[in-house]
Design a protein around this ligand. Structure first.
Ligand code: 0XW
Ligand code: MG
Length: 369
């Protein structure tokens, strides 16, 4: 089988309530790029890359499309079912830019699944979590409001709550976290995610003040080195998110004891192939992880749900999908991927199991082949 044509589509996704805030950055609309990889057998595979705005991590939508325009021509004629070789070809053509490569890697997994009539989660070794649990991020600034949101989310069925910190000041972060902890059920996990926004001082003060609350600190500080410097100075486990940007970074963070868990983003590390390696690495070292992406529509959601389904249950921290936070979705022929009561069903069809309704989409922004 050979890749005959690659098309790039652009889709704008709008945030519910108009705005999604994190410590340093925020988004209102998301500029998503969907790739359709068509083969000489007629099979078409899909992949998506949707940076969380230009300031969440070193990714932006225009950059994704520019990199894809370098990568797509060199993949024409490749066998999409030989995904390791596809990744070699992409790496020889362009250094880095994993978030663009991810969309093509995922599209090749989609084609392979369709070709073999298997779901991606089954190709990856089989389902360990079904339905796939999710988690919810809140950015409260008022303790009473924080507690009310936490109660409502637990009542809905969420078993993991991520408190976004690092925006309003560490005193507010501490007050809000204490209020959430006071209403958190014993089976519910808590995280404080500063999205790179804390200084080391903030992280240390927060951890001291919340020492009796069982939680993890997610990406407290900006760089790997800053987070590494927290070792022995904070009372909580540290999870890396933004700094865990490659298989090598994850391996280094485990080896050096910098991270005790990861909030993983599929597009950041280059797609399903890289994520499967990271899941295996974390399994071998008993390290918990999530399988998320930065944002995206049904294709991204299906990708992360398939991966999340395969993580050993004792290490699985959930899959975050953008659907509960997104006003607009793109038209799909298949069932949309939705978060119902903190859980997602695994799409049933072969490959990703989601089919965008291309006839109703605007024309592609670029066509190769
Ligand atoms: C909560 N998320 C998974 C959604 C946004 O992409 C940011 C992110 C995170 O954990 O940083
Ligand atoms: Mg995070």
């Amino acid at each position: 089988m050979k890749i005959r044509q690659i098309r790039l589509y652009r889709h704008e996704l709008t945030v519910l309530d108009g705005r999604y805030d994190m410590s340093i950055s925020h988004v209102e609309t998301l500029d998503s790029t969907v790739v359709a990889v068509e083969t000489d057998s007629g099979l078409v595979g899909f992949g998506e890359t949707c940076p969380l705005g230009p300031a969440y991590q070193p990714q932006h939508a225009g950059g994704a499309r520019a990199a894809l325009s370098e990568l797509a021509p060199v993949l024409l004629g490749s066998d999409p079912t030989r995904i390791g070789l596809v990744n070699d070809t992409m790496d020889q053509a362009l250094l880095g830019h994993s978030y663009a490569k991810a969309a093509l890697d995922v599209a090749c997994w989609d084609i392979t699944g369709k070709h073999r009539n298997e779901r991606i989660c089954d190709l990856l070794g089989g389902v360990r979590n079904d339905p796939v649990p999710s988690y919810y991020g809140i950015l409260p600034t008022d303790p009473d409001d924080a507690a009310a949101q936490a109660i409502a989310l637990q009542d809905q069925g969420f078993e993991r709550l991520q408190i976004k910190t690092g925006k309003a000041g560490v005193d507010v972060d501490i007050a809000v976290t204490k209020a959430v902890a006071a209403v958190t059920k014993p089976n519910v996990k808590l995280l404080a995610d500063a999205n790179r926004g804390w200084t080391q001082r903030d992280a240390i003060l927060f951890s001291e003040a919340c020492a009796d609350i069982p939680l993890a600190l997610e990406q407290p500080c900006n760089t790997m080195a800053e987070n590494a410097a927290l070792r022995g100075r904070v009372r909580h486990p540290v999870f890396l998110d933004e700094s865990a940007d490659s298989i090598a970074a994850v391996s280094e963070a485990i080896e050096q004891g910098i991270a005790q868990g990861f909030g993983m983003k599929v597009s950041r590390v280059g797609g399903i192939s890289a994520m499967a390696t990271i899941i295996a690495l974390c399994s071998a070292r008993s390290i918990p992880l999530t399988c998320d992406d930065t944002w995206g529509g049904d294709i991204t959601a299906a990708t992360t749900v398939h991966l999340g389904a395969t993580v050993p249950s004792r290490l699985f921290e959930g899959t975050w999908i953008a659907e509960p936070y997104t006003e607009t979705s793109y038209a799909c022929r298949s069932e949309p991927v939705t978060n119902a009561n903190g859980r997602m069903a695994i799409p049933a069809g072969p490959g990703l199991g989601v089919e965008p309704d291309l006839d109703s989409w605007p024309d592609p922004v670029a066509v190769f082949g």
